[in-house]
Design a protein around this ligand. Structure first.
Ligand code: F6R
Length: 590
């Protein structure tokens, strides 16, 4: 949940490191730090808060001349976000940055204290530095290898030794790549950190150690030298620019028509490229947060229209439950980053039980992409805003196509040509929905000063409500909850008071009359309802009416309205939209 970048080469590392950190800030941003190294010394500078604070601090320092450095942006796990706890950490001759969690840190710390080590932070990272230092005589690789045998948990490490001019890196269960350019080398948690300099990189696998000098990289595992493949990414540089938008979140929402066109349409035209779910007796969908809500839409569609039994769970529960795999099962993992720790653990659990795994994933180099049996890449491009938007839309799009293909295979689709015609129109229709910004601003004006908001819906509209509620609360910090419309009266309705906004999602033909009755119930208790629908109702409620299309694809037109309402509301409240407090883009700890 932190970001690492490192550099060795001709340039002054400061520029590369700060630029890299800014590109990684989405991974966590409560403190940051750098370490610069030259022949005689290591200079460490750290600060609490965003990278901009670190940049200010660096300006005040007398910097050493150097061509080697490591840097880190932190999202606190062990210990508060203070300067002492910020990385890099130095113990003896070892200075390092770390992403991940060392599970046996307390045990190791106690042992090291008994051996005479004094710790200055509450972090598990300092324990790693102390352990490597303990084993360091004059051979960095030996020291790292020895320390690895004692570490339990996840780590990506960038390591400097005070009497060596080289950079070392190693990883397990946390991402880390080595970027390559003529006479320049980088390490990074993610290619986004170094894309301004190179698009070539090596993927480090579990416990492989990269020894990087100013002239070359050697990767070893258990002291054996490995031949590593050089990968090239086509990530476009402009994916990282705001392109004139005030925020990445807005830019990424506005990209939805383009990414739908690029990814969704080819699958729509070649359904044979999608896996056949009918060969399984049971489907499990496992994911976290918004990805899980995309899965809920998939489950509803598969059950409703493709007569397919689906279980769904959040990955943090699934990984620890007693799952009975007694039928031919497919586990579908949905993840934008492909690095979400709980989703990775759920995938590994399925694999340990010889159950097939299908990943619906965005980042191709990610752990989930690499370890799952089959992958569907959503090709959303880099998503920088912490709150997912375009990737979520594509996750829903792929789930909808899987449900549609399954229904088709089972001869359950009634008006095939109509469904296809409507699906074809989606990129254009979503563009029309996005262009109605004034309507969303009006809704935002009506709600931005409220402190509690409810979302209600039934069946697929409930799944959509969950995402609408999450998006609103995470970026605007307004407390909001989503309920199945029929469930409200079993307790929660006592919270409804005069003027409280209640969003009602009403698109499902099979159940909308019931939802309308529930809307009346909350209105008669004082709620101000906002209808998000696919047909106009004769009421004086605020209404957002999107084009009506096949139920398979209706959520793809509803969710962008909720995303933009969340965005406009957060903007009116002056929130840090792209980096909401306490969050990180990639949740690589459980
Ligand atoms: C919310 C959001 C999160 C993620 C969740 C899973 O806007 O972005 O809820 O959906 O953390 O992340 P991935 O998809 O990377 O596994």
């Amino acid at each position: 949940m932190c970001g690492i970048v490192g550099y060795i080469g001709e340039k002054n590392p400061i520029e590369v490191l700060i630029n890299g950190l800014k590109n990684l800030e989405y991974r966590g941003y409560d403190s940051a730090g750098i370490a610069l190294k030259n022949e005689s010394q290591i200079q460490v500078i750290k600060s609490v808060g965003k990278i901009a604070n670190l940049e200010e601090k660096i300006k005040e320092e007398n910097l050493i001349t150097s061509h080697l450095g490591i840097a880190h942006t932190r999202w606190a796990t062990h210990g508060k976000p203070t300067e002492e706890n910020a990385h890099p950490h130095t113990v003896g001759k070892v200075t390092l940055v770390h992403n991940g969690i060392i599970e046996n840190a307390d045990e190791l710390r106690n042992k090291l204290i008994k051996e005479g080590v004094t710790f200055h932070s509450e972090t598990d990272t300092e324990v790693v530095a102390a352990l490597i230092n303990k084993y360091y005589e004059n051979n960095p690789l030996t020291a790292i290898n020895k320390a690895l045998t004692e570490l339990k948990g996840s780590y990506a490490l960038g390591i400097l030794f005070s009497d060596s001019n080289d950079l070392y890196a190693v990883r397990k269960d946390s991402p880390l790549i080595v970027g390559l350019k003529d006479h320049e080398y980088f390490i990074a948690s993610d290619i986004a950190a170094i894309i301004d300099y190179t698009n070539k990189y090596i993927l480090l696998d579990e416990n492989e150690i990269a020894h990087i000098t100013k002239d070359n990289v050697t990767v070893t595992k258990n002291n054996n030298v490995l031949e590593k493949k050089v990968e090239t990414t086509n990530m476009e540089q402009d994916a990282k620019d705001k392109c004139g938008y005030d925020h990445y979140m807005l830019k990424e929402i506005m990209e939805e028509p383009v990414v739908l066109q690029k990814t969704f349409k080819p699958y729509l035209e070649h359904l044979e490229k999608l896996p056949d779910l009918t060969s399984y007796e049971e489907i499990h969908i496992v994911a976290c947060g918004s990805a899980m809500y995309a899965g809920m839409i998939g489950k509803t569609l598969l059950e409703e229209y493709a007569n397919t039994k689906v279980e769904i769970d959040v990955a943090s529960e699934y990984r620890y439950k007693n799952i009975i795999y007694d039928r031919k099962t497919l586990v579908i993992l949905i993840s934008q980053s492909g690095e979400t720790a709980d989703t990775i653990a759920a995938m590994r659990k399925a694999k340990e039980n010889n159950v097939e795994t299908l990943a619906i994933v965005n980042v191709k180099t990610s752990t989930i992409a690499r370890e799952s049996d089959t992958q569907i890449f959503i090709e959303a491009g880099p998503e920088i805003a912490v709150a997912t938007t375009k990737a979520y839309i594509l996750q829903v799009g792929i789930m909808a196509l899987l449900a549609y293909k399954t229904a088709l295979t089972k001869n359950l689709v009634k008006e095939e040509h109509k469904v296809l015609e409507e699906a074809e129109k989606l990129p254009r229709l979503i563009k029309e929905v996005l262009d109605r910004r004034e309507e969303y601003k009006k809704v935002a004006q009506a709600i931005y000063q409220k402190e509690d908001i409810f979302f209600i819906g039934r069946k697929i509209d409930y799944a959509t409500s969950m995402e609408g509620s999450l998006k609103l609360k995470e970026v605007s910090y307004i407390h909001s909850e989503a309920y199945q419309a029929g469930e409200l009266k079993h307790g929660t309705i006592s919270l409804i008071e005069d003027g409280m906004p209640v969003f009602a999602i009403v698109t499902d033909e099979t159940i909308k009359d019931k939802t309308i009755s529930n809307i009346e119930e909350v209105k008669s208790r004082g709620a101000s309802t906002i209808l998000i629908t696919n047909e106009k109702y004769q009421t004086d409620d605020l209404q957002i009416v999107v084009p009506k299309i096949s139920p398979y694809f209706q959520p793809i037109l509803i969710v962008p309205t909720l995303q933009l309402i969340a965005y406009e509301t957060a903007k009116l409240r002056g929130c840090d939209i792209d980096k909401p407090k306490n969050l990180a883009k990639s949740v690589t700890v459980e």
